[in-house]
Design a protein around this ligand. Structure first.
Ligand SMILES: [Zn+2]
Ligand SMILES: [Zn+2]
Ligand SMILES: [Zn+2]
Length: 465
């Protein structure tokens, strides 16, 4: 650690001596102009995963480097040490990641190359866009409680679609801009598309290994008999008198053509024999074919897959739907209907729980109860039995409690399932309620199609049982 620190200091001194960006010149002036456009609100930035090298003076001139609190940008300094990017997405999902590591990456929202004035302009525009659009987000989206809300909020503030980009190093050959875990990103985006929040658009169709899901496959023509790819093209001869067809090399003996089947010599083209065309000869099993098979060889698990058994996977881009955008701006009706009923209509055990919580905190002004209704309940009970419904309901409730964590308590009684949100108001919750339900529903083998109905809103009324 001590030696490492010394190294950094030496490097700092060297860089200070050899700084390629003196305090003048066209780039310096361009950056200064961009910087002055921000006025007194200079973009605040945090280095990630930390500042090891001393970065050029241009970076320090443009950004106000901050170690804590609301940055406007994350400056990505080292891709190799960037292992848990998605974890930090959670923390900084509404802030653009500006890559200054020198190697381009799909993880970042922009690659900043200090010598390139256009990349400075792009970075400044992205920071400004994120800033403006962050302000337009309702509070529930700014706190980004779940991965689903985080993804929707990120797509909104970035102003871009969830877009696949080519990444040859990935086993899928692509990744989504801004996201590290491709599989998790697809799962989430698909659930949000099913819930009507995202719209899919087709980008490409890949072949996938049915064994390990990799898209890194080599496709080749193969011998239908032995599956070797070692095929060579050969001219074929057809001997009329015995009807034998074979590669010319089998007939060739010096300058003469001798039929390998009947051993007669072929003398006159058109009278003794003709050339029906080319075919493929397998160098492994010596079989011949005019219709080679198609086969895939997985480069990750080494599985061989016959062409007709290969899986195909459609790659999509995803954009926010008008439905979602109108909900964001509050133009459409809310997903939950606020209705303040009497607390006496709640199950007794739940009333006791609310009473205990209110007693502990001394306030019941915040907090509300929503009742869960499962639209598919009767269909599932009829077609699969009540046990199946109860199992799905339990899975759903566990997942819901997991997602809501300590912001709410999922309560079951003979009367049904309730959720007691102890520290939110219905207004704060309404924008995210549908996404949360959709996310929980998306993991079930049969969707329950849940709905919330608000049955009680805390307002200081008597809560005793
Ligand atoms: Zn012959
Ligand atoms: Zn063969
Ligand atoms: Zn494989």
């Amino acid at each position: 650690m001590h030696e490492y620190g010394d190294l950094i200091r030496i490097q700092d001194r060297q860089q200070a001596a050899e700084d390629p960006h003196p305090d003048s010149g066209p780039i310096f002036e361009a950056v200064q102009r961009l910087s002055s456009d921000f006025g007194p609100n200079k973009p605040r930035a945090t280095f990630f995963p930390g500042s090891v090298l001393s970065h050029s003076r241009l970076v320090r001139q443009f950004f106000e480097i901050t170690k804590s609190g609301n940055p406007d940008a994350i400056l990505l300094t080292d891709l190799d040490r960037f292992e848990s990017f998605d974890n930090h997405r959670a923390e900084y999902s509404l802030v653009p990641v500006i890559n200054i590591s020198g190697s381009p990456t799909h993880l970042a929202d922009a690659d900043l190359v200090p010598d390139d004035p256009q990349s400075w302009r792009d970075a400044a525009a992205i920071i400004r866009r994120f800033r403006t659009r962050r302000e337009m987000l309702p509070a529930t989206f700014r706190t980004a409680a779940t991965p689903a809300i985080r993804m929707l909020a990120y797509l909104f503030v970035s102003g871009k679609d969830l877009t696949p980009v080519r990444v040859p190093q990935s086993r899928y050959f692509f990744a989504y801009q801004g996201f590290q875990n491709t599989r998790a990103t697809i799962t989430l985006a698909e659930a949000l598309a099913d819930a009507g929040m995202l719209r899919r658009s087709f980008v490409d169709r890949h072949s996938a290994c049915p064994n390990c899901q990799s898209h890194r496959l080599v496709v080749r023509e193969e011998c239908p008999a032995c599956r070797s790819a070692n095929l060579s093209q050969a001219a074929f001869l057809h001997h009329f008198s015995c009807a034998h067809i074979g590669p010319e090399s089998d007939f060739r003996q010096g300058s003469a053509l001798i039929c390998p089947k009947c051993l007669k010599q072929l003398r006159h083209y058109g009278k003794d024999y003709d050339r029906p065309g080319d075919a493929l000869v397998c160098r492994k099993c010596a079989g011949t074919t005019t219709e080679p098979a198609v086969g895939f060889q997985c480069q990750d698990c080494d599985a061989h897959i016959d062409g007709d058994l290969i899986k195909t996977v459609d790659i999509h881009a995803y954009s926010l739907t008008d439905h979602f955008l109108s909900r964001l701006s509050g133009k459409s009706s809310a997903g939950v209907r606020p209705a303040s009923g009497s607390i006496n209509r709640l199950p007794p055990k739940l009333r006791e729980q609310i009473g205990r919580f209110v007693g502990k905190t001394g306030s019941s002004r915040r907090g509300f109860v929503a009742k869960l209704d499962y639209a598919s309940r009767h269909d599932i009970a009829r077609t699969k039995g009540d046990d199946a419904f109860q199992a799905l309901r339990q899975m759903f409730k566990d997942r819901l409690q997991g997602l809501l964590a300590d912001t709410a308590h999922v309560h079951s009684s003979t009367d049904g399932d309730y959720v007691y949100f102890h520290s939110l108001t219905p207004e704060e919750f309404k924008d995210s309620s549908e996404q949360i339900l959709a996310e929980c529903d998306s993991v079930l083998s049969v969707p329950l199609r849940p709905k919330f109905e608000i049955t009680w809103v805390g307002s200081g009324e008597e809560t005793g049982g």
